[in-house]
Design a protein around this ligand. Structure first.
Ligand code: ZN
Length: 67
């Protein structure tokens, strides 16, 4: 019984640290997406077109041509 209790505490700690890590990564992702969108907004696009979409070869910004 004691052993089980200890394990539960471990799981609780692990979950806590995993959730903290997820929050950190989400913040980092948000930050990276902001950077990405900033770069794409300020890029002088050079598009490579296909039938369905076009993609900038410099910043990989994509636009659908399929309306
Ligand atoms: Zn671009």
């Amino acid at each position: 019984m004691d052993h089980l209790f200890i394990n539960n505490v471990d799981v609780h700690k692990q979950i806590h640290s995993i959730k903290k890590e997820i929050r950190n990564l989400q913040e980092k992702m948000n930050h990276l997406e902001e950077q990405l969108s900033y770069l794409q907004q300020n890029c002088q696009h050079v598009f490579n077109e296909t039938d369905l979409m076009r993609r900038c070869v410099k910043c990989h910004y994509t636009e659908s041509l399929y309306y």
